[in-house]
Design a protein around this ligand. Structure first.
Ligand code: PEP
Length: 243
């Protein structure tokens, strides 16, 4: 299967010029998630890649009545050409106070609107220091709560990104062995608990053009979620070429 490579531009002004090209690749499905105001502009210049969003609201009209100032529904994103949505990112959990309950509602609303969900999970440093059993327990609880009532029907749309918080934006990526261990754990949990067999599992956390290969060559890792290193079109393209 092709790897899935996702660019999360976060709240950065996009350097649009370098991105105008064909991103189609034999090795990877490419997703670019710009900040909301730039989604349609980016959609006009990237060919062969898919648009992602970095967040979505937890209701879709007509169930929601539209009176949610400042929010953007999954259905609106679909209408803007978006195919994927990143939910549960640790920055939103930590800074914006998103709980597993909120993330769960967002996942259900996004799936109902036909978006492919990229659910982010991962442990903080204090949990990592306790060892792998503690990490599995932490990540397992996140997944069980976030996917509550998630139906098998949407299996092909579920993607999980394992992003240890201590590795995000720190330049200190996890060891590939850790990514293997947690990927296997997540895949087996999602299979046994939610009967979802082919979840795509991404690794995220300080992936760049130098270390990407050590993750992307692993059969347990189906792709990468890339923050900082995805801001440069040439660096991002190098990651894809290196698969
Ligand atoms: C992220 O924010 O999802 C991420 C992986 O960031 P970075 O690549 O900068 O660590």
């Amino acid at each position: 299967m092709k790897k899935l490579i996702v660019a999360n531009w976060k709240m950065n002004l996009p350097p649009l010029a370098g991105w105008k090209r064909n991103w189609k690749s034999k090795k990877a499905d490419v997703v670019i998630a710009p900040p909301f105001p730039f989604i349609s502009e980016v959609g006009k210049i990237i060919f062969g890649g898919a648009l992602g969003a970095q967040n979505a609201f937890w209701k879709n009209p007509p169930e929601g009545d539209g009176a949610y100032t400042g929010e953007i529904s999954p259905r609106m994103l679909r209408a803007a050409g978006v195919k994927y949505v990143i939910l549960g990112h640790s920055e939103r959990r930590r800074i914006l106070g998103e709980t597993d309950e909120i993330i769960n509602k967002k996942i259900l609303a996004a799936s109902a609107a036909g978006l492919k969900v990229i659910l982010c999970v991962g442990e903080p440093l204090e949990v990592r220091k306790k060892g792998v059993v503690a990490v599995k327990s932490y990540v397992g609880k996140q997944i069980s709560a976030d996917l509550r009532n998630f139906k098998n029907l949407w299996f092909s749309k579920l993607i999980i990104a394992y992003e240890p918080i201590w590795a995000i934006g720190t330049g200190r990526a996890a060891k590939p062995e850790d990514a293997i261990l947690i990927s296997r754990f997540i895949k087996s949990l999602v299979d046994s608990k939610f009967k979802i067999k082919n979840v795509r599992l991404l690794y995220g956390g300080s992936v760049n053009s130098q270390n990407a290969k050590s993750f992307l060559k692993l059969k347990e890792v189906d792709g990468a979620l890339i923050g900082h290193a995805s801001l440069s079109a040439s660096g991002f393209s190098k990651i894809i070429k290196n698969i």
